[in-house]
Design a protein around this ligand. Sequence first.
Ligand code: NDP
Length: 302
Amino acid sequence: MVYRMNEKIIDGKKVSAEIREKIKKFGDILIKESNRTPGLAVVLVGENPASRVYVKNKIEKTKEVGFNSIEHRLDENVSEEELLSVVNKLNDDDEVQGILVQLPLPKHINADLVLDTIKPVKDVDGFHAENVGKLWSGLNSLVPCTPLGCSILLKKLNPDLSGKNAVIIGRSNIVGKPMAALLLGMNATVTIAHSRTKNIEELVKSADILVAAVGIPEMVKGNWVKKGAVVIDVGINRIDRDGKKILVGDVDYDECIENSSKITPVPGGVGPMTIACLLLNTLFTSYEQFGVAPIKLSDIFE
Ligand code: NDP
């Protein structure tokens, strides 16, 4: 049976639109109180088509919530030194509260060095080592946008995951690892699987919450999913099916919806949450940088 519109679907498009509305509301208050407008700078290196699409969407949504968008498009062959100099200028620019360097970067550039050059307070992607350390220590920090979006979707279903088993497939710094820290913070018992893990299928069968962030189209099959599990599909994979190019996730949606109690579709699940959370991080850090009484996630979601 194919489900498309039913109560099992976690509608990331709808939730993200609600979040962006709240960001606009709190952003307007901030602009009025501080007489300053939050600025989000995006640095794009090269012509990667997927990155160009992401950046275009980010810029559009930034303007929609009333923030300033600052764009730097650099040639594929830009030197590391030149890129670092752009980041340092943005670090010192009072018009810029958030800096995002779009990944992946060309091979001749040390991405870790670039990310660690961004001032931690402007690190709206949450990739700086200082923010990573704070996240794992349970301290207030800027949190990577995709796992933050997943955790907001999960919190709306159940804010306390005590006694629940969470399995994450994927251990990247962008998704898998920060997702584990967030799930621990929600009291789940967390297991991370990766390419060297044996018997992934058995592990997934034990999951009350499954987060798939692998990059393998429809890897998770319907009979891997425990009855009643919540399935969060982070994957975005472009494949050819029946002569058409379509987007699918890392779980086989039409199969996995059967056993799951809730599931995110692709597209329209986690994807739109990522951009909303980027703007959320920009809002949080702008409150901090403008010296206006800070706001918290709970203020946005009350
Ligand atoms: P990475 O390629 O950085 O990480 C993939 C992870 O999956 C790695 O930890 C890898 O293990 C693991 N893996 C690979 N093959 C297997 C396997 N056969 N069995 C188990 N684990 C495996 O990807 P990202 O984390 O950046 O992204 C994951 C997916 O999420 C992609 O589809 C990406 O497009 C999507 N994505 C979506 C976003 C959104 O906004 N919705 C944002 C970011 C990513 P190992 O470490 O051992 O190599």
